[in-house]
Design a protein around this ligand. Sequence first.
Ligand code: GLN
Length: 492
Amino acid sequence: MSDVKPISVKQLGAELRARRLSVVELLRQTREAIAQSDAEDPPLNAFLSIAGDELSEEAEALDRALQAGEDLGPLTGIPVALKDNICARGLPTTCASRILENYVTAFEATVTRKLRAAGALIVGKTNLDEFAMGSSTENSAFGPTRNPRDRERVPGGSSGGSAAAVAAGLVPVALGSDTGGSVRQPAAFCGVVGLKPSYGRVSRYGLVAFASSLDQIGPLTLTVEDAATVLAVIAGHDDFDGTSADVPVPDFADSLAAGAEGLVVGLPREYLRHDMEGGIAALCVATAERLESLGAEIREVSLPHTEYAIPSYYLVANAEASSNLARYDGVRFGLRASEAQSATQVYRLTRGSGFGAEVKRRIILGTYGLSSGYYDAYYGRGQRVRRLISKDFEDVFATGVDVLFTPTSPTAAFRIGELIEHPLDMYLSDVFTATANLAGVPAISIPIGEVDGLPVGGQFIANHLDEPMLLRAARALELSLEESPLDAEAPS
Ligand code: GLN
């Protein structure tokens, strides 16, 4: 194992501004740490590509600017990684798929543009489940990423490369995408912070679409403060994304400092009664007690349609995926089967050899759910149930609840190979996270302790566009856990 120590954006920024560390040196260390993490046996495999020489020039320019006392932005000189379904001009965007293996994009995602404008160095692209479909990063066409805490285990998914890169200390920030839990669940498995903003808070322009009514981009970081810093950079309305909300981006600094006193925290009983590893339930109960000791009011609440979240999510997500992935036809992007003799063969052979098994399964299921005669029974019903799930959240927030607290995932990181042959069990990984995507509300996972040496995440969920409340609760808990961790209190 490498001996890199993870350092937050805040600390690293202070080092760079005080000129105790140069951007050039930091970039060199970052590259070395990434190479080292892949030279070990077995390799971490968090990154699929690394930016080339142009980055060294950028680093030199940033050093000159810092030397001259120019403040370029909150991420000046900070190495940032992007999940490889987020476009950065001139770098590959493979989505961990053979079908886009050699695709180098001419697009720059809005989040990438904003990160660069805030001074960030985009160091490379991270591994994921193919087209973000999965919960373990084992569906990557380029080999699984491993969990830095235990390399025989998965890092979670689908943003597993991003979570592993941050947890291993290779970069202090990586972006992921979250359609049903893909930022929060890997954050929980790797012991870092993962934030899924409200639907509409962050532009998806330049994010390769999986399920457009659910997808959001969010940061993986070491601390809640860092998550707030990155969110402030990437959030905001964008003319290139018609679904981005045209509302001001709040200043999160005040909310971070507001503490838990007076917060009304709802504990949804459907989540806590769900089957999960015993130690996780115990840690969640201990977390609720801790929040209460910090001055929060704890209320048991009900989100009655929770049990239908997974079926609803997989009907809606697969239907949208089958439509979004129709564009990989061998004509416009990436792979084209060279042996094809006709247009139909171009489609069939390209898609047949380019997509992996899970992606094919979803396209087939999604197409079926949308087909005439079945539309109403599948896609239509999935959407109607989705509406009920959203209403559960509206109702509970209307009673004066500020945030909800739940486990992030019913298990800690499982072993590589353990669930890959059991897609339905793998899908259950999202049981606590997919609801927030269906309802469009913001949610965050933060580390709350460990069970058998593996990290466990706790999730806060807030009302639509109420990221300040979400971050307030998460920061208050994080600070308290830093002072005194929960492990000792949780019965094993
Ligand atoms: N694990 C879920 C799925 O496989 C969520 C994926 C995601 O959020 N991108 O669809």
